[in-house]
Design a protein around this ligand. Structure first.
Ligand SMILES: [Zn+2]
Ligand SMILES: [Zn+2]
Length: 110
């Protein structure tokens, strides 16, 4: 998939509809946060501050990258709801803690 196709995809009606469906499916809870809490409970380890809670999911992530697997673009098993922080971690991005609102914006980037 080219950059242009990716962009086009994220602007499509199908994606917007699917995205809402996935967020609803996951009850707007970040699935990685949920997993972190589950693991901590299992291991009996303690979490601190921000990490203690399940953050609200704001983004839907492609487990298998859209660019490499366009055939899975709308496959619900390939989609997961994440908060911004966990999403950044999944992509290996560690933004500074206080980024300007404007820069944070949208899921359209991915
Ligand atoms: Zn999270
Ligand atoms: Zn992603």
């Amino acid at each position: 998939m080219t950059e242009k196709e990716v962009k086009h995809f994220y602007n499509s009606k199908d994606w917007k509809r699917k995205r809402i469906k996935i967020l609803d499916r996951d009850r707007h809870e970040c699935q990685d946060c949920r997993e972190r809490l589950r693991k901590a409970a299992e291991e009996g380890s303690r979490l601190y501050g921000e990490d203690c809670k399940i953050r609200r999911a704001q983004e839907v992530h492609h487990i298998k990258e859209l660019r490499e697997h366009p055939e899975l673009a709308l496959d619900e098993d390939n989609l997961i709801s994440l908060c911004t922080q966990c999403h950044n971690i999944r992509h290996g991005r560690y933004p500074k803690r206080f980024v300007r609102k404007k820069k944070q914006i949208s899921e359209e980037k991915w």
